[in-house]
Structures are given as C-alpha cells and as structure tokens.
Design a protein around this ligand. Structure first.
Ligand code: SF4
Length: 359
C-alpha cells in the first residue's frame, strides 16, 4: 500500500518503467524549450497521435521563437486548422511575440505564467520538462494516476484534487529528475492507468504493488467522476448561399468559440421544408432565396450542444440590409478558392466536405 515510506520506491519504479517505455516523441529528442512550449500548447485537450503531424509541420515552418513571432495570425491559424481550440494557437503566437519583444530567444524559465495561455499546468510542464526544475505539472493523466495511487476520494478536474495531486507529486518527485518524473506520470496515465470508459491496465503497471486504490479494489472509481452536463440536441440548417457566384459567409463574434472566424452560417431548423426555412431566415439576414437544394447532413458538437445540421446550397439576391452588414464586416462574399484557403470552424469544413463529395 502507498505510504510516506513507499515514496522512494514509487519514484524508482516509475522512472525505471519510463526509461523502458517512454514513447519517442520529437520534443523529447533534445528538450529544446521552444519545442516543449509548442508541444504543450498543442497537447492541451489533444492526444499525442493527433498532435504529431501538426508539430512536424509547425517546426518546419516556424523552427524557433523568432520565426513564430514574425508570423501572421492567418498563416498560423491555417496550420492549426483541424487541431481545434483555436484560442491556444492565438495565445501561443501572442506569447511568442511577447517573449521576443522582451528580448528572449527561448521561453524564460521563470514567470512563464505571465504569458497568454500559460496556466499553472503548462508553466509546470515547461519548467520541468524543458529546464528540469522541480515543480509539479498536473494534467488529467497525472491527476488520475495520483488519485488512484494514493486513493484520493476527490472529483476529477476539481481544484481540491489538483491541489492534493500537486502536493503528492512534489513530495514524491526526486529533486534531480523532475523532467523524467513528471513525464513518467503523464505517460503512465496515457498508456497504462487509463481513463474511463477503459479500465486501468493494473497488470502492466510498475506501481501495482504500491497502489492504494488497486489494493482496495476501487481503482476504476478514482478519481470520482464529474457530474455529466446535459447535452442539448439541436436541429439546424447549414446554408451555403451563392450571390453572383460568390459564397455568403458569416463572421463569428470576436470572443468565444471560433472567435473571429468566417463560417458557413447555420440556424435552427423550424420545419422540414428547407425552402420555407431558408426563405424566412434570408429575410432576416438580408437576401431573397431564389432556389434551394438539400445536399446532406452533418453532425457536430460544441460545449454541451449536439447539432444535427441539414446542409443546403441556395442561389440568392442580396437585399439592402445585407449590403450594410457586408460593409460592417459581419458578413462577407468569398470565392470558392478563397473559401478553401480560409481557416474554417469544424462545422463549416464538414459542410464543405459534403459539397465536394457531390461535385
Ligand atoms: S495499479 Fe492500476 S490504478 Fe494503480 S496506478 Fe497502476 S494502473 Fe493505475
């Protein structure tokens, strides 16, 4: 069972396992602080396998902090397209620009948290992985491993569990190997001590003999599950409207999800009649619908919404209110090639895929 006295053996067992089992990842080749910074931004909410091709492309185009700081936002967002959570990309660019402005050529080890997008976890990860400093880095994987190892009866993602897990990490971490120790905890969580709905592979775990939750048979119940948010189901029309051969796109608000992106607009489905619904919505938006064609359906989710959208294309003529909205930059007319070069939110990319699949 895991006690104060078993802490040295936890570290030894974990580090031995990590030296045998660590995945060969590009940012682990030399622990270059810039590579660690980029990898940590990309890995927030995202699996390693998804990140790898993006990381390689990123490093080919922006090999260091200076080249990133000089890049324009449109180009870095385009490279990030498909990775989601675009505020991470904007924050990474802002952080790089701020660091370079302050005269740094690599992320500074101290006060990392004063840069955009660097919270306590990311600051701890960069400080320990890039600079081998003895600070905790508690992501979801480490939090789960510590909750099970020490049988911490706290809710997943809660601040109480994060605080307890960070304390345990600090007291268990060998002072000379924080880089390996933090990564080993994360790696164990990603490869062995798996989250629900999978079961932890305790038979393959180097810590099985000292794991308190396993001894008590409660490993699948730690940490305590978060209450599930209720998913609201929405039915919608997605509309690609052609006006004089150009596509009508809507600009998303400057704050929040997909902030500032152009999108193929969608709106709640009132009836099953696409022509009637698009005509009514067109009057509000500022165009007259001349023809309407249903193309297919797409499903997407955001926050606690699950959307089923019927995608239609239509031919339309603009009315004066739309011209005003276009002048104000809220709506825009784009050619098809421009559409493909824009960074579009996931639903718009799904709509475009439906359209190209029938062409
Ligand atoms: S023994 Fe099982 S529950 Fe405990 S740390 Fe290992 S994989 Fe996780």
């Amino acid at each position: 069972m895991c006690t104060e006295n078993s802490r040295p053996s936890i570290a030894a067992l974990l580090l031995q396992w990590f030296s045998r089992s660590a995945r060969a990842l590009p940012w682990r080749q030399d622990y270059d602080p810039y590579k660690v910074l980029v990898s940590e931004f990309m890995l927030q909410q995202t699996q390693v396998e998804t990140v790898l091709p993006y990381f390689e492309k990123w490093m080919a185009l922006y090999p260091d902090l200076t080249s990133l700081a000089k890049a324009d936002e449109g180009s870095v967002l385009k490279l990030w397209e498909g990775l989601g959570y675009y505020s991470r990309c904007r924050n990474l660019l802002s952080a790089a620009r701020a660091m370079v402005r302050e005269g740094f050529s690599v992320p500074p080890a101290d006060a990392l948290s004063r840069y955009p997008g660097i919270g306590p976890y990311t600051a701890g990860a960069i400080a320990s992985i890039a600079y081998n400093l003895p600070v905790p880095a508690v992501d979801g994987n480490t939090e789960r491993v510590m909750a099970r190892l020490f049988d911490l009866e706290e809710t997943a993602g809660s601040s109480a569990l994060k605080r307890l897990a960070a304390e345990k990490v600090l007291r268990t971490m060998p002072q000379e190997t924080p880089r390996a120790f933090n990564q080993a905890l994360m790696e164990l969580g990603a490869l062995v001590c798996l989250p629900p709905p999978k079961n932890p592979s305790c038979g393959d775990c180097p810590l099985a003999e000292v794991c308190a939750a396993r001894m008590r048979g409660v490993q699948s119940l730690r940490p305590l599950p978060k209450p599930r948010p209720l998913l609201e189901k929405i039915q919608a029309w997605g509309v690609l409207c052609f006006i004089d051969g150009l596509c009508l796109l809507r600009r998303r608000p400057s704050k929040g999800l997909w902030a500032g992106f152009w999108e193929i607009p969608w709106f709640p489905r009132q009836t099953e009649n696409s022509r009637a619904d698009v005509t009514a919505w067109g009057k509000e938006t500022g165009f007259q619908c001349l023809s309407c064609r249903e193309v297919g359906t797409a499903r997407f989710s955001f926050t606690n919404h699950q959307v089923t959208a019927w995608f239609v294309t239509c031919e339309a003529t603009p009315l004066p209110p739309l011209t005003e909205k276009i002048r104000a930059g809220e709506w825009g007319l784009h050619s098809i090639p421009t559409l493909h070069s824009l960074t579009l939110p996931a639903p718009s990319r799904k709509f475009l895929k439906l359209m190209t699949s029938i062409e």
